[in-house]
Design a protein around this ligand. Structure first.
Ligand SMILES: [Zn+2]
Length: 468
């Protein structure tokens, strides 16, 4: 029962890493042509924009956006400024309310990233990230609203998955999402650059997309009462700021369609000219910009594991998966991907994707010989071997011993590995066999801190309820 006991599961879940999960090839339903047609509901003169051909359903936009947003949140350093996020959210929602979404409910989310690079991007489905650099470079609220309106227009016109549709067509049946995060080592290899690159298909737009986003964004600015000229101003400013330097990622994701200013001006004319009392700035924007400028500067590439995380809270919240339920400290976050869920405090995941403090729960389908009395031992050994493939530093520190988990026979194994926080870590692995497969609870902390976490891990394991 070794060998292919875990067949179908690539070496996954590097011990201290969070895997990407399987981004399965989409078995999509071809969506109705009706949803592709622009509904002319706006005034007769303004340009009507037709979303490009798209082979994915709007639900796929949301699913892909959500998956990628979760990944991104782990690989970028967020501003961690609730007031800034709240401000971006209310500004973004006001703009989104003016966009034609063709009956699709997008779960809009807005986050500030602590990066000085001038960039902003929106994943399909409405997951919007604005770098502090984009806020700092904006002269006024209208300019920030402009770049956001442009991003939100890409979402409403579903440009990300339209680009993916083209890529998919070009690659035949190979499937692009399967390859995006490719590699059997899963999330472990994802650096920020790779994560953004992975989103590249979803974030790199054509010149036609750019013109559409400019025009629709200009309309949204106008409809929310902002000076629509801010759209062209922001892009001109961006081009000017970066003359002679390496162009920021923003400009390679959003290629200049040419005649940008003229096209925006033309649309403003169609709208009847800029409104005389158009809003350009607000004291709120100025206050937010000051707050953003005062945020600590995070060096590019600096691992977020700079300090020891906050101690785990004694208050637990419940998480429910198909195969199990578990409670975890309410000051930890959960990250779900494929068959794997990670529970970790803020700042516990390195830029490499490696987990320094927390628990990873994996559910792995296994083929079992019903007559094998050592099935649990065998699949656990296979699981550890798979972990070692991705973690050359992994060692078994103490051989597996029998335990009970929620009344079920389980195995407890102690391992050591290189910690992303430096030095060695202890990995406490509890495995149990369920109808869904091998359920593995992997508790991770640096060796020196393990005794501080052991009580929390044990309490979490006590709360486990297996779905039988
Ligand atoms: Zn764009």
């Amino acid at each position: 029962m070794t060998g292919n006991a875990l067949s179908g599961n690539p070496p996954q879940a590097r011990v201290h890493s969070v895997r990407t999960g399987r981004h399965t090839l989409i078995r999509f339903a071809v969506i109705s042509l009706l949803t592709l047609m622009a509904v002319p509901e706006l005034s007769a003169q303004r340009s009507q924009l037709k979303p490009p051909w798209n082979m994915y359903s709007p639900q796929k936009d949301v699913q892909l956006g959500k998956q990628n947003a979760e990944l991104l949140k782990r690989h970028v350093i967020l501003c961690n400024a609730p007031k800034v996020d709240a401000y971006l959210t209310q500004l973004g929602l006001r703009l989104a309310a003016k966009l034609p979404t063709r009956g699709i409910q997008y779960p809009w989310e807005f986050h500030c990233i602590n990066s000085k690079e001038i960039n902003a991007f929106a994943l399909p489905g409405g997951f919007v990230f604005v770098n502090r650099g984009a806020i700092e470079v904006s002269d006024n609220e209208a300019q920030l609203a402009a770049v956001m309106a442009h991003e939100l227009s890409h979402v409403a016109l579903r440009h990300g998955t339209a680009q993916a549709s083209k890529a998919q067509l070009a690659q035949g049946a190979a499937g692009i999402f399967g390859g995006l995060f490719g590699g059997s080592t899963g999330g472990a290899l994802l650096t920020q650059g790779v994560a953004l690159g992975a989103g590249g298909v979803l974030l790199h737009y054509s010149r036609t997309d750019e013109t559409q986003a400019d025009v629709l964004g200009t309309q949204a600015l106008y409809d929310t009462g902002y000076d629509p000229r801010a759209m062209a101003q922001f892009f001109e400013k961006l081009e000017g700021e970066t003359k002679g330097k390496n162009p920021p990622q923003f400009l390679s994701d959003h290629p200049n369609p040419g005649n940008r200013v003229e096209r925006v001006d033309e649309e403003i004319d169609k709208l009847g000219g800029p409104p005389p009392d158009a809003k350009r700035d607000s004291s709120e924007f100025e206050a937010i910009k000051r707050e953003v400028m005062a945020l600590p500067v995070v060096k590019n590439g600096a691992p977020p594991i700079a300090a020891v995380p906050q101690p785990p809270s004694a208050n637990f919240v419940e998480y429910e998966a198909t195969a199990y339920r578990v409670k975890y400290p309410d000051n930890w976050k959960k990250y779900e991907e494929g068959g794997s869920t990670t529970f970790a405090p803020d700042g516990a995941i390195a830029q490499s994707g490696a987990l320094a403090y927390g628990m990873i729960v994996n559910v792995n389908q296994v083929k079992l010989d019903p007559n094998d009395p050592s099935a649990l031992e065998n699949v656990t050994q296979q699981f550890i071997q798979d972990l070692r493939k991705a973690n050359p530093g992994l060692r078994v520190a103490r051989n597996s011993g029998r335990v009970k988990l929620n009344g079920e026979p389980g195995l407890s194994t102690y391992l050591t590995n290189d910690s992303p926080a430096g030095g060695q870590e202890t990995d406490w692995l509890i495995t149990v066999l369920q109808p869904q497969g091998l359920v593995a609870f992997l508790c991770v902390a640096p060796q020196a801190a393990f005794s501080n976490y052991e009580k929390t891990f044990a309490s979490m394991l006590d709360t486990v309820r297996l779905a039988k």
